[in-house]
Design a protein. Structure first.
Length: 228
């Protein structure tokens, strides 16, 4: 006799393949989110004092650049609460697509942002606004991705599959630092300061496109679907 399964329910043989896709979606999404989050920290240490806060001098400009870095860590708990609420209302998948889109838009806009030499005080103001957007997105990403994976995972294996969310953050740190290293190796200091620092922000478009494609291909979690 042939076993019948309810519509949308994975067969036992398909579950490992499905979980690999779900785990990869959480992994690559976290890589994208925290790559974007991390390159800001590197840029704040290397160039933002000169590009966005030149009037403050080197020491004060660097301190303020790191202060803008810290703004996102204040915004992250707010993002966790905000996107946690929408995750319960609109679905885990839709919320994770929203966090990635917000992070991607903010990151690309930072890469395109005019400097203080071009638009004056408006430049650092916009920088802070975009950094807050990054913090909100990052706050909603990690917990949402871990929840998305664990709600898909079978009982007894939830901890294992949710591990891939953590791996994404570690890979993102390596990737963000490595990208800046490769860019800096192939151009002069003046060129890097003039426009080279923008490259890591702009090439995140590729990572974002991959991440969104992967997330759009996966299904909503069974737990949310059952409650909807």
């Amino acid at each position: 006799m042939t076993a019948h399964h309810p519509p949308g329910q994975a067969t036992p043989g398909s579950r490992p393949a499905k979980m690999r896709r779900v785990a990869f979606a959480s992994f690559i999404g976290t890589v994208v989110e925290f790559y974007d989050f991390g390159i800001y920290a590197t840029a704040a240490a290397l160039v933002f004092a000169k590009v966005f806060f030149p009037a403050l001098g080197t020491n004060a400009g660097t301190a303020v650049a790191f202060a803008t870095l810290g703004v996102a860590f204040v915004a992250r708990p707010v993002g966790a609460i905000l996107f946690g609420h929408f995750g319960d209302r609109l679905g885990r998948k839709n919320t994770l697509i929203a966090t990635m889109s917000l992070m991607g838009a903010a990151t690309v806009l930072i890469g395109l942002l005019p400097t203080a030499a071009s638009i004056g005080v408006l430049a650092p103001i916009l920088l802070v606004v975009l950094r807050v957007a990054q913090g909100l997105a990052a706050g909603g990403e990690w917990a949402g991705a871990a929840l998305f994976t664990s709600e898909h995972a079978p009982k007894g294996r939830r901890g294992f599959w949710a591990t891939f969310t953590n791996l994404g953050g570690a890979v993102a740190n390596i990737l963000s630092l490595g990208t800046f290293l490769m860019v800096a190796l192939f151009m002069s200091d003046d060129t890097f300061l003039a426009w080279g620092w923008r490259i890591p922000f702009l090439i995140s478009i590729v990572l974002i496109a991959v991440g969104l494609w992967v997330r759009l291909k996966i299904e909503e979690t069974p737990a949310f679907t059952a409650e909807a």
